[in-house]
Design a protein around this ligand. Structure first.
Ligand code: NAD
Ligand code: UFG
Length: 342
């Protein structure tokens, strides 16, 4: 496939891995990013990995005129994968309007431009956060969406609803929302990966930063959950597996293999891992004894959340392949690499 695909937020953590996989599969890629949470170095690394230079435009997608101008200049775009968004859950509670603006306006502007195109293929970065405080796992796509836990989570719910409503009245639009569980890890080259700003809120970057000595100690939030070892269970998916699912999803709609013009898929491994299992995996692959202690539960955390991936496995024909240890090893190699450059 040599079709031209727009990847918004393509210099970010997940987007950069998807650009690599798209280029590996022969797609022409054009990236839009405003560099609010990424840097131009990532573009160089993508070129180093793939040997291919994607087109790049620095555009802030909140600027409706810039979005319209971009689509006028690129009438040959065949599909859009929309990653660009703000993603810090805590920040979203302190600054909800930033999230409602950045995570909703660009989505609407892009969909408005797609209406002018004959073949409209659109993939949306959603999250398992849309399920809210689930009662049980594994979580299927049919699980009732409960109230969002944060403005960030709400933007993902609203985003999905906007796409679904638009698909209902526009048969030319083929869209898929991908609900990611917990993406972790980095590319095997250790050239691209996650770059958390400040103190990481997520488990895996906190673990690797503790391993390398940036953080003194990991706090494990709660040890009395109703799980086998008392710590919370999540579904940690390797970012490269996640990236490959985007390419498969894009091909599905381009080839019109989709059964409905709006579809939703969970992207996870289908296997839950506890916080202690993640710590053990890190210790195993690094040979380092991690400094950790148990602290109070974190507000809003649920005991267990992992995906039922049968729909993605059967209908999308995608399955995660990489193990927790492989993901932790790649995260660790990445952590060592970024610190060796300082
Ligand atoms: P990221 O912050 O690394 O990447 C987002 C990219 O979008 C950044 O490069 C940023 O500069 C760019 N961007 C943000 N606002 C923009 C704007 N207005 N115009 C142009 N570019 C803009 O985040 P990520 O982890 O790669 O996440 C990508 C997507 O996946 C997001 O939509 C996020 O909500 C979603 N998601 C992420 C996770 C996760 O754990 N990382 C989980 C579920 C869903
Ligand atoms: N945890 C710790 N110590 C830490 C950080 C996390 O014990 O320092 C624990 C948490 O309590 C949780 C598990 O590790 O049990 C995973 O926590 P993360 O913050 O890495 O991931 P979450 O599942 O809580 O959150 C993720 C994304 C959010 C998204 C949410 C629901 O990071 O963006 O899933 O989709 F909103």
């Amino acid at each position: 496939m040599n079709k031209k695909i727009l990847v918004t937020g393509g210099l970010g953590y997940i987007g950069s891995h998807v650009v690599v996989e798209l280029q590996n599969e022969g797609f022409q890629v054009i990236v839009i990013d405003n560099l609010s949470n990424s840097s131009m170095d990532v573009l160089d690394k993508i070129i180093e990995i793939t040997g291919i230079t994607p087109l790049f435009e620095k555009i802030d997608l909140r600027d409706k005129n810039m979005v319209s101008d971009f689509f006028k200049r690129h009438s040959d775009i065949y599909g859009v994968i929309h990653f660009a968004a703000s993603k810090a859950v805590g920040e979203s509670s302190n600054n909800p309007l930033k999230y409602y603006e950045n995570n909703i306006s660009p989505l609407v502007y892009i969909l408005q431009q797609l209406e002018k195109i004959k073949d409209q293929n659109f993939i949306f970065s959603s999250s398992c956060t849309v399920y809210g405080q689930v009662d049980k796992s594994p979580i299927t796509e049919d699980t009732l969406l409960k109230k969002a836990e944060s403005p960030y989570g709400n933007t993902k719910k609203i985003g999905e609803q906007i796409i679904e409503d638009t698909c209902k009245i526009n048969n030319n639009l083929n869209a898929i929302s991908l609900r990611y569980f917990n993406p972790i890890g980095a590319h095997s080259s250790a050239k691209i990966g996650e770059l958390p700003i400040g103190i990481p809120q997520n488990l895996v970057p906190f673990v690797t930063q503790t391993g390398i000595g940036i953080r003194e100690e990991l706090s494990i939030f709660g040890k009395d959950y109703p799980t086998p070892d008392g710590t919370c269970i999540r579904d940690y998916i390797h970012v490269v597996d996640l990236a490959k699912a985007h390419v498969i999803a894009m091909k599905r709609i381009i080839l019109k293999d989709n059964s409905d013009n709006y579809e939703v898929f969970n992207l996870g491994t289908g296997k839950g891992s506890s916080v202690l299992e993640v710590v053990n995996a890190f210790e195993e692959i690094s040979g380092i004894k991690l400094n950790y202690m148990f602290s109070e539960r974190r507000a809003g955390d649920i005991a267990a959340a992992f995906a039922d991936t049968q729909k993605a496995n059967k209908i999308l024909g995608w399955k995660s392949e990489l193990s927790l240890n492989e993901a932790m090893l790649s995260a660790w190699e990445w952590e060592k690499k970024i610190n060796s450059n300082i």
